[in-house]
Write a protein that binds this ligand. Structure first.
Ligand SMILES: [Zn+2]
Length: 200
């Protein structure tokens, strides 16, 4: 009996912890379990109702409870303070800005697996990386080049430990806007030279 309980406990631990390592925390935006979320996904209307209700509750708490606002602001400045000297963190912020502001970055660069797509309004795609929908949605998503229904959120597309992998072909080591523009120009020249180098 004891043995069975132990086995069961072990099994629960090993199966419940692993899939949540990447995406689940107490602060998860949906405030529901993975199992409940998976069930809700099958019923888009129920999921919609849940998302709406949840944002209303959060907005109400934010508007009416000063301690909730303080907690948000403390968490925000602590996070930014802790990452002030973090090169990868700073780069993610820059990268996001380039993708949002410049159409040529989104549409003309040789992206490898996904390309950035900027929606006019916030959209709640299901992220195939963290396997959740983001409540309230975001405008910038990364769409798979050959599977249009496959989306990644910014966090999943650009893992901080391997920035080069997420960059377009030929841009792997680029970390600043100046470098990006310079690289584009030099690659364009190379391409043009390559074209015109055929004997005339
Ligand atoms: Zn994600």
């Amino acid at each position: 009996m004891i043995y069975l309980t132990r086995t069961l406990t072990g099994a629960i631990r090993s199966t419940s912890a692993a899939p949540f390592l990447r995406s689940f925390s107490l602060q998860h935006p949906l405030q529901i379990s993975k199992a409940r979320y998976d069930k809700l996904r099958l019923d888009p209307e129920a999921l919609r109702r849940h998302l709406d209700k949840n944002s209303e509750v959060e907005r109400y708490k934010y508007a009416t409870r000063p301690e909730v606002r303080e907690k948000h602001s403390r968490r925000g400045s602590r996070y930014h303070g802790a990452h002030r000297d973090d090169e990868a963190y700073q780069f993610v912020a820059k990268f996001q800005g380039w993708c949002k502001r410049h159409t040529w970055v989104r549409e003309q660069l040789p992206w490898k697996t996904h390309r950035p797509v900027l929606h006019d309004v916030k959209v709640e795609h299901h992220c195939s990386g963290c396997n959740w929908a983001r409540r309230g949605g975001v405008k910038l998503w990364f769409q798979h080049l050959t599977q249009p229904d496959n989306w990644l959120c910014m966090k999943c597309y650009l893992p901080k430990d391997d920035l080069g992998r997420a960059m377009p072909t030929g841009y792997e080591d680029v970390r600043s806007w100046e470098e990006l523009v310079k690289r584009r120009d030099s690659l364009m020249v190379t391409a043009a030279t390559g074209d015109s180098s055929t004997p005339s």
